[in-house]
Design a protein around this ligand. Structure first.
Ligand SMILES: Cc1cc2nc3c(=O)[nH]c(=O)nc-3n(C[C@H](O)[C@H](O)[C@H](O)COP(=O)(O)OP(=O)(O)OC[C@H]3O[C@@H](n4cnc5c(N)ncnc54)[C@H](O)[C@@H]3O)c2cc1C
Length: 464
């Protein structure tokens, strides 16, 4: 009989930690992921706002596990988990079918955006979950400043300069803080016709506070700090409709339509469709977020050889953040090793809560660590330390520190602001979705087109 075959679906926080926990074990591990990298999602917002290049937060999966002789990585999209035949079915990038037989299966396929049943919003309000999403957002945000520079009509310019982020969880807060810094601190000197400090930046939150899971003191601090950065925070406010040029919101003062070309979705997540597939095959129900309930040892009910971890599972009411996924992944590795050694299974999974953090711009953060609350620069330093520590590889850690020092502290610039005419054109095309590109809206030569303003409106404003 050959070695035990372990297939791990997903090379994110859960899958990678399960794989690494099996280093040295007498097993063959195959990690299959639809991307070739391990993504550190907590820093994605920095890619979306031009601070970090993607490579620093998304090292190639096969390089991450290169020293682990019993593990290999495959780039493929998993579409079937056959629990009867014990086979994972996937498709290679060219469509070739792959069959991966297993003795033990670990599914850690994460989550994606949820538009709470309003899937039509996806076309107008992209979310941020992958490297491509972050690049797409970055191109979109930067293109809007370029269009504002070209616009001659003040109303049109105001629309290009209005940014709406939907959802004030950590992702929304971090992203909106950086957009505000871009507009108010980084870009003003780079533009001639437009005053980027005129940008209107809104953060919408459906509940009564920003950072809903955090302590009230940290929520109040975050709201005040965002307002100081020039962000309009709208609480108890929902996005009820949107199109290419506007968003309609419903808040305490009723409905209002805001003219804007940029809406960013940071409001909800939905477990990977593989969670539902597993649940159906195991005969259990998923929860409202599409997560599969698992046993206290992270196994799928009725299938001791199948584990599921991370954002796609519901276990002990744990939040969908990195630490539960990492700890569950490591725990599953231990359970598999114990089984191989014929030892008793470890005690049920127990989560060790290390706290939560979020940045507000690049000089302040809130941190709730072991029951202690930190704000401001202290919170920011703690946030920076922890995030660098959890990046993979010394090269990426040092590269990130260097890039932060250069971009945020010494030059107050953003080094990764590359867009092209084609990118901007793609971003701005009406009705665009990333799946299907429509006709370009920027003709290469437009007879009689308005020239960019000769006199800077911002100077004109100053002189009245
Ligand atoms: C923008 C953003 C910011 C965040 N910030 C924080 C933070 O500050 N702190 C924090 O603790 N948490 C944060 N999180 C949450 C955290 O990143 C997740 O909880 C964590 O990544 C979950 O790990 P996972 O292994 O379950 O899923 P993931 O890390 O998402 O990994 C899932 C993997 O599965 C792969 N996959 C999915 N479907 C398939 C398929 N069909 N076939 C093959 N491969 C597949 C994906 O490509 C991916 O690599 C953030 C998340 C986002 C999106």
């Amino acid at each position: 009989m050959g070695r035990e075959r372990v297939v791990v679906v997903g090379g994110g926080f859960g899958g990678l930690n399960a794989t690494r926990a099996l280093a040295g074990a007498d097993v063959d591990v195959t990690v299959v992921d639809r991307t070739n990298h391990h993504l550190f999602q907590p820093l994605l917002y920095q890619v979306a706002t031009g601070i970090l290049p993607p490579g620093l937060i998304a090292p190639a999966l096969r390089s991450v596990i290169k020293k682990q002789a019993n593990a290999r990585a495959l780039l493929a999209d998993v579409h079937d988990l056959d629990l009867e035949q014990k086979v994972v079915r996937a498709e290679g990038p060219d469509g070739r079918p792959l069959e991966l037989p297993y003795d033990t299966l670990v599914v850690a396929a994460g989550a994606s955006h949820s538009y709470f049943g309003k899937d039509q919003f996806a076309e107008f309000a992209p979310g941020m979950k992958t490297v491509e999403d972050a690049r797409y957002l970055r191109d979109g945000i930067l293109s809007k400043f370029e269009m504002a520079e070209l616009a001659t009509d003040p109303q049109e310019r105001a629309e290009w300069l209005t940014f709406v982020v939907i959802g004030a969880g950590p992702t929304g807060v971090e992203l909106v803080g950086q957009v505000a810094e871009l507009a108010h601190e980084v870009l003003p000197q780079d533009y001639r016709s437009v005053d980027t400090t005129e940008a209107r930046i809104l953060l919408l939150e459906g509940t009564g506070a920003v950072l809903p899971p955090f302590a009230p003191k940290l929520q109040r601090y975050t709201k005040e700090r965002l307002e100081k950065l020039g962000v309009e925070v709208r609480l108890n406010t929902l996005a009820v409709d949107m199109d290419h040029d506007s968003i309609t919101v419903k808040g305490p003062e009723g409905e209002e339509t805001i003219r804007t070309r940029t809406r960013i979705w940071a409001a909800g997540v939905q477990a990977s469709p593989l969670a539902r597939m597993l649940a159906e095959k195991a005969g259990v129900e998923t929860d409202r977020a599409g997560r599969i309930p698992v046993n206290p040892d992270c196994t799928v009910p009725g299938h001791p050889e199948v584990f599921a971890v991370g954002d796609m599972v519901s276990l002990n009411k744990l939040p969908g953040v990195a630490q539960p996924a990492m700890q569950e992944g490591r725990y599953v590795g231990k359970v598999i090793k114990a089984r191989l050694a014929g030892e008793k299974s470890p005690a049920p999974f127990k989560y060790f809560d290390k706290g939560s953090m979020a940045t507000i711009g690049h000089r302040a953060a809130v941190a709730d660590v072991f029951g202690m609350k930190f704000t401001g620069l202290i919170g920011y330093v703690m946030w920076g330390f922890i995030h660098v520590l959890y990046l993979i590889g010394w090269g990426n850690r040092l590269g990130t520190l260097y890039t932060w020092a250069r971009a945020l502290w010494f030059s107050n610039n953003r080094g990764h602001r590359i867009i092209t005419f084609e990118k901007a054109n793609d971003e701005l095309a009406e009705g665009t979705t990333r799946a299907g590109r429509p006709t370009p809206i920027l003709p290469r030569s437009t007879p009689g087109a308005a020239a960019p303003p000769a006199v800077s409106p911002r100077d004109a404003d100053r002189t009245g």
